[in-house]
Design a protein around this ligand. Structure first.
Ligand SMILES: Nc1ncnc2c1ncn2[C@@H]1O[C@H](COP(=O)(O)OP(=O)(O)OP(=O)(O)O)[C@@H](O)[C@H]1O
Ligand SMILES: [Mg+2]
Length: 367
C-alpha cells in the first residue's frame, strides 16, 4: 500500500472512533492533526487532548491505528490545549498561571536520535541525576552512541558528574551556528544550565524551559545517536509536562527511594507520562538497602520492596533496586559515573542490570 493509501486508511479508522461524551468522531472533533506516514509505514500525528477528554482516547486511537495492515509504528504527540498552574513537584513550587507557553509539538527536533528516554522523579534528591548519568554511561559501555541532556535547570549537575566544566563551543557560520556538545566517557553531554546566567533567579527559569528548549535542542550538534537520556527537572508540574511534549519521548524511567514510594509523587509522575501517552519503561528504587563497604552484601536498612509493589499496582515494569553505596558518593569526586569509576561495586552492578533491561525494552539492536 502506498503511504497515501495508508494515510487514508488511518484517517478512516480514526473517523470511526467516537468521543464518549460528545459523540463526534475523532477527526471531525479536531483531535487528529498533521498525520504523516512515511514509505516504511511509520505513522505520526498530533492528538489534541482537552481537559474534559478521557486519557483513554489516545490509547484507543493508537490501538486503532496499530491494527491497520501496513502500519509499522505509531508515534502520537499529545497536545494539551491549555495547561493548569503547577500542582506540585519542583523545588521552586508552582508557576504562575499563564507563565508557561502552550507547547507546540516538535516532530523531528531530535531527528538523528533513535530513542529518547527521560529519567524523572516526583521529588528532588532521590538520585535521578545519578541514574541518568549511569544509564547513559552504561549504554555507551555497551557500544551505543549516547547523548545525555541535562534538562534540570534548577540545579544542572550532569557535566560535573562527568568531570567536565568547560563551556561548550559554537561552530558554523553566522545564522547557522551549532553548539558542540561536550564529550566525556563516551557520552555527548549538554546542559540547559549553559544557557542560564548563574545569578538568574529560579522563578525566571520555569517559563524558559519550554520556551527555549526546542530551539536549544535544534542548535546542538548531536549527530546520530542511538539513545538520548534526558535528566528531567524533579516534579510533575507544567514545566515537566511541556518538556515531555517538546521532546517527543520514547519512554520514561521513574526513580524513587523506599521512603518516597508512599508519598504519591511517583504515582503522579507515572500518571503525567500516561496522560501524554508516553510509555513508562519502569521504576527504579534507589537507595534501597545499603551496600556493605567490606563485602558484596546489601543490608536492608530503611526497608525496600515498596517500588516493586508500586510498579505492580500501577501496572508498570519494575527495573531494579540500587543500594546506597559509597561508590556512588565517590563517583562525584572521580568525575565519572559509578559504572565507570567503580564497575565492580554493588551499585554499578545494579545499574548495569537496569540498562540491560532497558536495552531489551527499546528493542533488540535498536537501542
Ligand atoms: N545509591 C546511592 N548511593 C549513595 N549515594 C547516592 C545514591 N544515589 C544518589 N546518591 C547521592 O545522593 C545525592 C542526590 O543524588 P542526585 O543528585 O542524583 O539526585 P537528584 O534526584 O538528581 O537530585 P536533584 O533533585 O537535586 O537533581 C547525590 O549526592 C548522590 O551522589
Ligand atoms: Mg539532579
Amino acid at each position: 500500500m502506498s503511504s497515501e493509501d495508508l494515510r487514508r486508511s488511518i484517517m478512516a479508522a480514526l473517523a470511526r472512533l467516537r468521543h464518549p461524551v460528545s459523540g463526534r468522531d475523532l477527526v471531525a472533533g479536531g483531535h487528529v492533526q498533521n498525520l504523516e506516514v512515511d514509505e516504511k509505514g511509520a505513522a505520526r500525528f498530533q492528538f489534541l487532548l482537552r481537559p474534559e477528554d478521557p486519557g483513554d482516547l489516545v490509547k484507543e486511537a493508537r490501538a486503532a491505528v496499530e491494527a491497520i495492515d501496513g502500519v509499522t509504528s505509531v508515534k502520537i504527540n499529545v497536545q494539551l490545549p491549555q495547561m493548569t498552574p503547577s500542582g506540585g513537584g519542583g523545588r521552586q513550587g508552582g508557576l504562575q498561571p499563564g507563565s508557561v507557553p502552550a507547547p507546540t509539538p516538535q516532530p523531528g527536533v531530535l531527528s538523528g536520535v533513535r530513542h529518547v528516554i527521560a529519567v524523572s522523579s516526583g521529588k528532588g534528591g532521590v538520585g535521578k541525576s545519578m541514574v541518568a548519568a549511569n544509564v547513559a554511561a552504561a549504554f555507551a559501555q555497551r557500544g551505543h552512541r549516547v547523548g545525555l541532556m541535562d534538562a534540570d535547570i534548577y540545579g544542572p549537575n550532569i557535566p560535573l558528574m562527568f568531570g567536565v566544566q568547560r563551556r561548550p563551543s559554537v561552530t558554523g557560520e553566522k545564522g547557522k551556528e551549532l553548539i558542540e556538545p561536550l564529550e566525556a566517557h563516551g557520552v555527548k553531554l549538554m546542559s540547559l544550565g549553559f544557557l542560564l546566567e548563574e545569578d538568574q533567579p529560579a522563578i525566571m527559569r520555569g517559563p524558559l524551559i519550554s520556551g527555549i528548549l526546542k530551539q536549544f535542542l535544534e542548535q546542538v550538534d548531536w549527530g546520530d545517536l542511538d539513545v538520548m537520556v534526558v535528566d528531567m527537572p524533579p516534579g510533575t508540574g507544567d514545566a515537566q509536562l511541556s518538556l515531555v511534549q517538546t521532546i517527543d519521548l520514547d519512554g520514561a524511567v521513574m526513580v524513587t527511594t523506599p521512603q518516597q514510594v508512599a508519598t504519591g509523587d511517583v504515582r503522579r509522575g507515572i500518571r503525567m507520562f500516561e496522560r501524554v501517552n508516553t510509555r513508562v519503561l519502569g521504576i527504579v528504587e534507589n537507595m534501597s538497602g545499603m551496600a556493605c563497604p567490606h563485602c558484596a552484601e546489601v543490608v536492608d536498612v530503611f526497608g525496600s520492596g515498596g517500588g516493586e509493589k508500586l510498579a505492580a499496582e500501577m501496572d508498570v515494569p519494575f527495573l531494579g533496586r540500587v543500594p546506597l553505596d559509597p561508590a556512588v558518593a565517590s563517583a562525584g569526586d572521580a568525575g565519572a559515573p559509578t559504572v565507570i569509576s567503580a564497575p565492580r561495586s554493588a551499585a554499578a552492578a545494579a545499574l548495569d542490570a537496569i540498562v540491560a533491561t532497558l536495552e531489551e525494552k527499546l528493542g533488540a539492536g535498536a537501542a
